[in-house]
Design a protein around this ligand. Structure first.
Ligand SMILES: Nc1ncnc2c1ncn2[C@@H]1O[C@H](COP(=O)(O)OP(=O)(O)OP(=O)(O)O)[C@@H](O)[C@H]1O
Length: 689
C-alpha cells in the first residue's frame, strides 16, 4: 500500500483492516497513475478481484480534495449493501448517503442517477467523480439503455466529471474506451483460483442432474464448505432444494441439525410477524432449511431472503438453490457453484445463457476472506453435451457488449421526452446529435458494415418515435421547437415507462365511474407492476371465477390476472396464506406489488389532474392507501394515524370496540393481542386528537 497517498491509506486501513496489501490486479491499476491523473478509467478485472476498493479510492481522493463522488450500483439490494459498507468512512468525516445534494459520497442506482441527469443539473454539476459498478450491464436490455443515456447526458452537462467504470471482462474494450474517452486497465488476476469444469451425469454415475448435485454435495460436506446452485426457474429452485434435502438428511450431524432447525424457525417466524399463517412455500422452505438446504427466489418474503443471506454467510446453511438473479447479487461465501441449467426461460422459449452470465455465476465461487479456492461445476446430461458445453462456456469467448437502446423502444421514447423536457433538444437535429453521442450512436457510426446507414437509421428511429409521441399528445410541435405537453412533463418527472403512462391515460379516457378492481387490472397490465406469479401448474379456475365475480373479463389467465386477484384480496384484508391457498400464487410478493400499485395509483391521480378531470381524485387517495396498508376503507384513518399498529390489530380493535374508540381506556385497548402499553397510549393519543 506504499504507493497511495497517506490520507487515503488511513481511511482504507480503518474501513478494510483485512486488506494488508493490494493484489496484482489492483496494483496494475494504481501503478498506471490512477490516483495521480484525472483520466476516465475502465477497470476490467475478474470477479472477486476487489473492484469496489479501487472505485472507493478514486472517490476518497476527490472527497479529500473537497469534491463529491457518486457510486452507481445496479440493484437496490447492492445499493443498500454498499451504503452499509461505506458508512465506515463516516468515522473519517466523510458523509455517505443516497443523494449527492446532502453527502460527499452517494450510492445511487442507475435509475436515480438518470433522474439526476434529467432533473437536477445543479446537483449533477457538483459531482466530480462518478464510479459505475457492473458497467457491463450497459449491454442489458432493461437497465442498459437508462445507464447509457444517463452517461451520455452527464457527459454533456458536466463534461469535467471523471468517470471510473468497474466491469467484468469485456470483449470490445477498444470501442468502449473510445466511447467513454478513457483508458482501460485489464488484468486477469483472481485472488482465489477458480476451477471451472463441466461434469456429466454419466461420469457421476447418476440418472439425472438432481442426483448428480446430491453427489457433488457429498464432496461439499466432506470439504466443510457451502454451495450455491443455479437453476432456470423458481419452481426448479424449490424442487431441487426439496430433492436434495430428502437425500442428505442422513448425512448431517446432530449439531448441524440443531443449527439448521434454528434457521428454519427464523424463516417461519416471518409470515407470523406479518399476521399471516405460513404459506405452503414458507413451509416447504422451512422443511428444506431443517436439512441445511434453502431456495432463494423473488417469491419469498424480503425478510426471508435477508435471513438466508445472513445465515449462509455465518455458515449455517449448506446450500442455496437460486435463480440467475443472484448472479449479480450480494457477496456470498460459496466455495462451490453448481450450474444445473444453462438455459433461461424467455418469451421465445428456453434460450442458452450467454458466456457472460456463465462467467458471472461461476464468479460467485471462491470469495476472498472465505475460501482459498473456488469450484464451478456446470452439469451436462451426456458426455457429448459436456464436450459442447466445455467448448462453449469454459473455453469460449464472452460476447461483445452492445447497446440495447433501440431494441428497447420505451427507452428511446423516454430519452426523447427527457431531452425535450429538459430543454436540451428542441428539434430532430438536436435529438440526432444526442443519439449520435450515445453508445448506440457510437457503435452505429463506427461499425464498418453499419456506418453507411448510421445517419439514416438514427433519423428513422427518431422520426417514428416522434410520430408516436406527437400522436399520444406527449410532445407538441411549436414554432420554437418541440415542447412537452403537461402529460409529457408528468412522464418526464416520473420513473414510469411511457407505455405505462399511455395505458393509464387510455383507461381513464373511457371510464364514467371509479372501479377499484378494474383499475387494479389495468395497472397489472403495465410494465411497471411487479407481477405475482402462479406456482406450478395448478388450476387457474379460482382466478377466472374471481375475475368474473368482479366483472372483469380475461381471455387468458396469466400472471397479470394472478396479480389482480391477489391485490383485490389484499385490500380486503386477506392474508398471504389465504391468497396462496385460494389462487396458488407466490403470495409473499403481494406486499411488494401492493406497494408499487399504491404508487401507481398516485400516478393515476396525477394523470387525472393533468387531464383536468377532478371526479375521482378522492377515490384514488382511498385506493392508494388501501393498497399500501392492505385494508378496507373504514380502518384507513386508524392504520395511517397510529404508527406500527398494522392492519390486523386495527381490525381486531374495530371488531371488539366498534368504530368509535373515544371511550375505550388504555387498559381495555391492551386486551387486544399484540397491543402493549406504548401502542395503547399512541392509539389513545390519536383518538383524542
Ligand atoms: N487486496 C485485498 N486483500 C484482501 N481482500 C480484499 C482486497 N481487495 C478487496 N478485498 C475484499 O475482497 C472481496 C471482494 O471484493 P469486491 O466485492 O470488490 O469484488 P469485485 O471485484 O467487485 O467482484 P464481483 O464483480 O465478483 O462482485 C471484498 O470483501 C473486498 O473487501
Amino acid at each position: 500500500m506504499e504507493n497511495i497517498p497517506s490520507d487515503i491509506k488511513e481511511i482504507i486501513n480503518d474501513a478494510y483492516p483485512y486488506i494488508k496489501e493490494f493484489n496484482p490486479a489492483q496494483k496494475a491499476v494504481i501503478e498506471s497513475g490512477y490516483l495521480e491523473n484525472n483520466e476516465n478509467y475502465i477497470i476490467c478485472i475478474p470477479t472477486a478481484s476487489g473492484k469496489t476498493v479501487l472505485g472507493v479510492m478514486a472517490a476518497l481522493q476527490t472527497i479529500l480534495d473537497g469534491g463529491k463522488a457518486v457510486y452507481l450500483a445496479p440493484l437496490l439490494s447492492i445499493q443498500n449493501e454498499k451504503v452499509k459498507e461505506f458508512k465506515k468512512f463516516e468515522e473519517n468525516d466523510i458523509s455517505v448517503g443516497k443523494y449527492p445534494s446532502n453527502c460527499d459520497l452517494s450510492v445511487m442506482v442507475f435509475e436515480s442517477f438518470d433522474r439526476l441527469t434529467r432533473l437536477s443539473w445543479n446537483h449533477l454539476r457538483e459531482v466530480d467523480t462518478l464510479i459505475i459498478d457492473e458497467f457491463h450491464m450497459i449491454g442489458e436490455f432493461t437497465r442498459g439503455p437508462t445507464l447509457e443515456a444517463a452517461i451520455t447526458r452527464a457527459k454533456i452537462i458536466n463534461p469535467s466529471m471523471r468517470i471510473i467504470s468497474l466491469s467484468a471482462t469485456l470483449k470490445n474494450i477498444e470501442e468502449i474506451e473510445e466511447w467513454m474517452d478513457g483508458t482501460c486497465i485489464e488484468h486477469d488476476y483472481r485472488p482465489i483460483p477458480l476451477n471451472k469444469e463441466v461434469l456429466d451425469i454419466e461420469m457421476l454415475g447418476t440418472k439425472n442432474k438432481n442426483d448428480a448435485i446430491v453427489k457433488i454435495l457429498d464432496k461439499v460436506i466432506s470439504d466443510d464448505a457451502q454451495a450455491l446452485s443455479f437453476v432456470s426457474t423458481r419452481r426448479f429452485t424449490e424442487s431441487l432444494a426439496t430433492h436434495i434435502a430428502k437425500k442428505i438428511s442422513k448425512k448431517i450431524t446432530k449439531e448441524q441439525r440443531e443449527t439448521f432447525k434454528e434457521v428454519s424457525e427464523k424463516l417461519l417466524e416471518v409470515p407470523k410477524k406479518k399476521g399471516s399463517l405460513a404459506t405452503s412455500t414458507c413451509l416447504k422452505l422451512a422443511e428444506c432449511a431443517e436439512k441445511g438446504v434453502v431456495f432463494h427466489h423473488a417469491g419469498l418474503f424480503n425478510e426471508q431472503k435477508e435471513i438466508i443471506e445472513d445465515e449462509f454467510r455465518k455458515g449455517n446453511i449448506l446450500m442455496i438453490t437460486a435463480t440467475p438473479s443472484l448472479m449479480y447479487g450480494v457477496n456470498l461465501p460459496s466455495k462451490y457453484v453448481i450450474i444445473r441449467d444453462y438455459t433461461r426461460w424467455t418469451s421465445n422459449g428456453p434460450q442458452s445463457i450467454p458466456v457472460f452470465d456463465y462467467e458471472q455465476m461461476s464468479g460467485r465461487a471462491g470469495r476472498p476472506q472465505f475460501d482459498s479456492v473456488g469450484y464451478s461445476y456446470l452439469i451436462a446430461k451426456t458426455f457429448d453435451e459436456a464436450y459442447d458445453l466445455q467448448e462453449r462456456y469454459v473455453e469460449g469467448d464472452i460476447e461483445t457488449t452492445n447497446s440495447k437502446l433501440v431494441d428497447n423502444k420505451d427507452a428511446v421514447y423516454k430519452q426523447i421526452i427527457a431531452q425535450i423536457d429538459s430543454g436540451l433538444s428542441k428539434d430532430i437535429n438536436d435529438l440526432k446529435e444526442f443519439f449520435e453521442k450515445t453508445f448506440y450512436g457510437f457503435q452505429m457510426q463506427n461499425n464498418p458494415s453499419m456506418s453507411l446507414f448510421a445517419a439514416d437509421s438514427i433519423q428513422w428511429e427518431l422520426e417514428s418515435s416522434l410520430e408516436f409521441l406527437l400522436k399520444n399528445d406527449i410532445i407538441n410541435a411549436t414554432p420554437g421547437g418541440f415542447r412537452t405537453t403537461e402529460f409529457g412533463k408528468l412522464i418526464a418527472r416520473s420513473d414510469y415507462a411511457v407505455k405505462t403512462a399511455v395505458k393509464i391515460r387510455e383507461y381513464l379516457s373511457h371510464i364514467d365511474s371509479f372501479n377499484d378492481s378494474e383499475l387494479i387490472y389495468a395497472l397489472s397490465q403495465t410494465p411497471d407492476m411487479p407481477l405475482i406469479s402462479f406456482k406450478g401448474r395448478k388450476s387457474k379456475d379460482p382466478t377466472r371465477e374471481k375475475l368474473s365475480k368482479e366483472g372483469l373479463f380475461a381471455v387468458n389467465i396469466g400472471n397479470e390476472e394472478a396479480t389482480t386477484v391477489s391485490l383485490i384480496e389484499w385490500i380486503n384484508e386477506r392474508t398471504e396464506y389465504e391468497i396462496e391457498v385460494a389462487y396458488h400464487v407466490y403470495s409473499a410478493s403481494t406486499r411488494r406489488s401492493a406497494y408499487e400499485a399504491s404508487r401507481l395509483v398516485k400516478f393515476v391521480k396525477e394523470t387525472l389532474e393533468v387531464l383536468e378531470d377532478y371526479r375521482f381524485l378522492k377515490d384514488c387517495d382511498y385506493l392508494s392507501a388501501r393498497l399500501y396498508y392492505g385494508v378496507k376503507e373504514d380502518i384507513i384513518p386508524l392504520v395511517v394515524g397510529v404508527k406500527r399498529l398494522g392492519r390486523k390489530r386495527a381490525r381486531d380493535l374495530v371488531k371488539t370496540f366498534g368504530n368509535d374508540l373515544t371511550s375505550v381506556s388504555e387498559k381495555e385497548l391492551q386486551k387486544i393481542d399484540g397491543i402493549g402499553p406504548k401502542l395503547a397510549a399512541n392509539i389513545k393519543k390519536f383518538v383524542e386528537n
